[in-house]
Design a protein around this ligand. Structure first.
Ligand code: TA6
Length: 303
């Protein structure tokens, strides 16, 4: 029996959840239920798309030029940055944003909630792929619930005998009408590291608006953010728990052209990253035997 057939036998849910093999050989979970549609690549436990039934376009954006390849991160969706955010603190040969998004995760549980939402949990255990990149024994798990809202719970368990420092992010790409026509509320007066052209500490005044490359790590903020998108007639609400950093990123033209996988022409104009994280100053020590869970919940409202 093929790997995909085995996974379907054990974890598929009739009329809600099934698994198929992508041309690349990677396995994709497809969720279609009363609330909407989502797809998740088992490599990286990478949610690739989410479109609620009542939305005419996806809420979680996937680049039209996204490549789904073994060992490569997928442009768009909700990449899991773990067990570090950004460049590794001391070894630049290690992958940016950690290795979790480019190695295999395994399905450990699926279920249908009483309201009809679909739940799936995937785990990255202490395997060779993990230990090649990080010496600390740890288990990462993510539970994704596709219901009226999209809920994601990223947990880290320190299974070793010493503490370690963790930084992490759900690096989510949201679909918008146009980057110059949206604004983000919830970060007023927050302190942030401005990563464009260096790294300078600044303070946010009012809503975040966009007219050039923006790459900001807001620190010490548990706040909920809202993307206000009159062009699509909707707000995207980004609530979180156990996360003290929010990263706001748009590459703008020059960086987008260098990256080459953000979509033809100005594909990057139709996405905005609002990442719920614990990064930079908000990295933290996880003691031996302890477990930490970062939670986000995405929902939309008509305007
Ligand atoms: O979260 C923002 C950021 O760190 C940017 O600096 C940019 O590098 C982006 O992530 C994308 O990173 P990636 O490794 O996915 O190309």
């Amino acid at each position: 029996m093929s790997n995909t057939a085995q996974i379907n036998k054990q974890f598929a849910i009739q009329d809600q959840l099934s698994f198929h093999e992508h041309d690349s050989g990677l396995v994709i979970a497809e969720i279609n239920n009363a609330f909407g549609q989502a797809s998740i690549c088992l490599q990286g436990a990478h949610l690739m798309s989410w479109q609620p039934k009542h939305e005419s376009v996806p809420v979680v954006w996937l680049s039209k030029d996204a490549k789904v390849l073994a060992g490569k991160s997928i442009r768009g969706g909700a990449p899991i940055c773990w067990p570090w955010f950004g460049a590794h603190s001391s070894d630049n040969t290690l992958p940016g944003h950690g290795h979790a998004r480019t190695v295999p995760w395994h399905v450990v549980e699926t279920g249908s909630e009483p309201c009809g939402a679909t739940r799936i949990t995937l785990r990255l255990s202490n395997n060779d792929a993990h230990q090649k990149f990080w010496a600390n024994p740890a288990i990462a798990e993510i539970t994704i619930v596709i219901g009226q809202a999209l809920r994601m719970e990223l947990s880290t368990e320190n299974t070793g005998s010493t503490s370690f420092t963790l930084t992490e992010a759900l690096h989510t790409y949201f679909e918008i009408s146009d980057i110059a026509k949206v604004n983000v509320s919830g970060l007023d007066q927050c302190t942030y590291w401005d990563k464009v052209g260096g790294s300078e500490l600044k303070q946010q005044v009012g809503d975040v608006t966009f007219d050039s490359e923006t790459d900001r790590v807001y620190i010490n903020t548990p706040a909920k953010c809202v993307i206000h998108d009159a062009g699509l007639g909707r707000e995207i609400h980004i609530a979180k728990a156990n996360s003290l950093s929010t990263i706001v990123w748009t590459p703008w033209t020059e960086k987008a052209n260098k990256m080459g996988d953000l979509g033809q022409a100005d594909g990057w104009r139709n996405m905005l990253c609002i990442e719920s994280a614990n990064a930079l100053d908000n990295g933290f020590e996880l003691a031996a035997g302890q477990k930490h869970t970062l939670i986000v919940e995405y929902s939309t409202q008509k305007i």
